[in-house]
Design a protein around this ligand. Structure first.
Ligand code: NAD
Length: 360
């Protein structure tokens, strides 16, 4: 086998869409050996933890993974598995392309955006203090002593670290990505006027690093203004470079612009490892029905193929998805169709196998 890939089916609709993606990637016939490992609630039952060490070891050994969504139990004290995975493997960049797909009606004439999100810092760094805990009380006292800051004694606290080194690498990643993918502009979203020492530093570092990329335009915009501009004129933007929290929110907005969460792929990339996953979550409301849209994870699989150097196969899979969507006969309910997850996957796999189009 040419490529070893860890497959993590995940929770909710995860196993359904992961099986669908596997079918399509196998049809691309590039010799993938799948190393399937659990994470999420299934792993919790068997291993007592949401992300077992053996699953992390499998990713370290394969270096690439395709992952379904994982449910984060709310308010139970569990750290988000997704956040932990990105930090433990130092997957510092998230790439989430949102392009208008054939046959999927959208409100705008065209949308072709890529969100590049910093993946390890910011309010998602996981530095949190529970309301009423001795640690939160100690922190409140320290803040009072350091700067006279008064934090209410019934407050929970989440810390927002943004570093020069953490920002520099994501800025360079975004500009390199733009260069390599024929994109011409990087827009940095921030709220530097309010958060001067975190967002301000992100903006300042982006400005400095951008000087090494004179061939790529860059602009900065406040994050609230960006949301309204995106809703009205998405064609004005190309690559969006964002700190962690804003990147999470804006990628869902971009998903909405092109027809929904079932369509948007994603990659989490670090120096050593890369984990590919759809932007959507485990969708408990439709789990087990066999109707989840598998396109997002199939397109995540295409990103994986490109990452491991299988450019022609990646193009083949993307073309097959476009072909199936353009014909409009086989679609899941989120796109207004009656088809099941596996019917869509089988149709895409058939197109992959029938590919005569060749690399463009
Ligand atoms: P969600 O993305 O799971 O669902 C939002 C809505 O979109 C739902 O109505 C759902 O039915 C629909 N949807 C999502 N994916 C779809 C698909 N492929 N086909 C058709 N419809 C689809 O978001 P949520 O409900 O906020 O989160 C549910 C759980 O997923 C939470 O526990 C959350 O923490 C987790 N989550 C995990 C990841 C990840 O693993 N990367 C990402 C986001 C959310």
């Amino acid at each position: 086998m040419a490529h070893r890939v860890t497959l993590i089916p995940g929770d909710g609709i995860g196993p359904e869409v992961a099986t669908a993606a596997r079918l399509v990637l196998d049809a691309a016939d590039v010799g993938i050996e799948w190393v399937e490992r659990p994470a999420g609630t299934a792993a919790l039952e068997d291993y007592g933890e949401l992300m077992p060490e053996q699953t992390l070891d499998a990713i370290r050994s394969c270096r690439v993974a395709l992952k379904g969504p994982i449910t984060t139990p709310v308010g139970t004290g569990f750290r988000s598995v997704n956040v932990a995975l990105r930090q433990d493997l130092d997957l510092f960049s998230a790439v989430r392309p949102a392009r208008a797909l054939p046959g999927v009606p959208i409100r705008h004439a065209s949308v072709d955006l890529v969100v590049v999100r910093e993946n390890t810092e910011d309010l998602y760094a996981g530095i949190e203090f529970e309301r009423g805990s001795p640690e939160a009380d100690a922190l409140r006292e320290e803040l009072r002593a350091l700067g006279g800051y008064e934090v209410r004694d019934d407050a929970g606290i989440t810390v927002k670290p943004i570093s020069v080194s953490g920002t520099r690498r994501i800025v360079r990643f975004a500009f390199e990505y733009a260069r390599l993918n024929g994109r011409t502009k990087v827009t940095v979203g921030h709220k530097a006027n309010v958060m001067r020492y975190s967002d301000g530093l992100f903006l300042q570092t982006a400005e400095q690093e951008s000087r090494d990329f004179p061939d790529v335009d860059w602009q900065e915009i406040q994050i609230d203004h960006l949301t309204s501009r995106l809703a009205r004129e998405p064609a004005d933007f190309d690559v969006l470079l964002l700190p962690n929290l804003y990147g999470d929110i804006i990628s869902d907005l971009c998903a909405g612009l092109v027809g929904g969460l079932g369509l948007i792929p994603g990659a989490n990339i670090g120096w050593e490892y890369a984990v590919f996953e759809p932007v959507h979550g485990s969708a408990p409301d439709i789990a087990g029905q066999g109707t989840a849209n598998p396109i997002a994870i199939i397109l995540s699989g295409a990103m994986l193929l490109r990452h491991v150097g299988e450019h022609t196969a990646a193009e083949n899979v993307e073309w097959a998805v476009d072909e199936v969507l353009a014909r409009g006969e086989v679609r899941t309910p989120d796109l207004g169709g009656p088809s099941t997850t596996m019917q869509v996957a089988e149709e895409v796999a058939t197109q992959v196998t029938a590919w005569e189009h060749g690399p463009s």
